[in-house]
Design a binder for this molecule. Structure first.
Ligand code: SAM
Length: 240
């Protein structure tokens, strides 16, 4: 299973089909198996990861800071619990995006007042196929870790582009020095990437964000299939 990013263009090598400011160019990331894993996991995901303290605290930060009706994008929304539901209950206008059709179906059931799209977050890049407009805030909880490392700065620059100036980003990652590392996950295999915390902060800063708060949690999922992990939650604001 290849994890390499491909930059080739069949007709015009070196000439991006969709010029943008994020650096995606003609990059076509390999997503083999990633959506299928979450399709198969379905509602077992919430059973394995109950009590999402970090998501709840970061979501409450946004609800407390934003005016009612502000637009929030939940990237890699999973089942919609607790994030999209809590944001919607907080009076925010929520849009969710997830690669997995099953996750999107569950999110629609759990948060009928929000709107959800089954899409790859890379589709949101400037000039990409899915234009959802601008947002006052973005949440990306454990979704960027599903990307190859080389793509994570591009995804962050896409988020920067999707935010209004001064907009907020609530981001979480698992602390791990890995790139496209295959792990068993609730009966499937997924590939994950991560950074040690100082490196993560550097990547986030480099994509044009100020980190205003960092909190970490040692989290033990209630499944023997998933080892305990250190979760890092960053609260960020878009510079400029
Ligand atoms: C580890 S789960 C996190 C779900 C949820 N945000 C949470 O905090 O519980 C990662 C989610 O990202 C989604 N995902 C993975 N790669 C993606 C991509 N390229 N674009 C959009 N969603 C993606 C998966 O389908 C899955 O629902």
């Amino acid at each position: 299973m290849s994890n390499e990013l491909q930059h080739d263009h069949p007709d015009h090598p070196g000439h991006p089909a969709h010029p943008d400011h994020t650096g995606y160019g003609t990059l076509r990331p390999d997503r083999t198996g990633q959506a299928e894993a979450f399709d198969a996991i379905g509602s077992r995901y919430d059973e394995a990861f109950p009590h999402k303290e970090g998501q709840v605290a970061a979501t409450d930060w946004l609800v407390g800071a934003l005016a009612a009706g502000s637009r929030v994008l939940d990237l890699g929304c999973g089942t919609g619990l607790p994030t999209a539901r809590r944001l919607a209950e907080g009076g925010l206008d929520v849009v969710g995006v997830d690669l997995s059709a099953r996750m999107v179906a569950l999110a629609r059931e759990h948060v009928p007042e929000a709107s959800f799209h089954q899409a790859d977050l890379a589709d949101l890049r400037p000039g990409g196929p899915l234009d959802l407009g601008r947002f006052d805030a973005v949440t990306a909880f454990f979704s960027l870790l599903m990307l190859p490392r080389a793509e994570i700065p591009l995804a962050l620059r896409t988020i920067h582009h999707l935010l209004v100036p001064g907009g907020r980003l609530a981001l979480s990652m698992v602390e791990a020095d890995v790139d496209g590392f295959a792990i068993p996950f609730l009966g499937s295999t997924i590939r994950v990437s991560g950074y040690l915390r100082d490196d993560l902060r550097e990547v986030v800063d480099g994509a044009g964000f100020d980190v205003v708060d960092e909190t970490s949690y040692t989290y033990a999922p209630s499944s023997a299939d998933v080892p305990p992990e250190v979760q890092i939650f960053l609260r960020c604001t878009r510079r400029g």
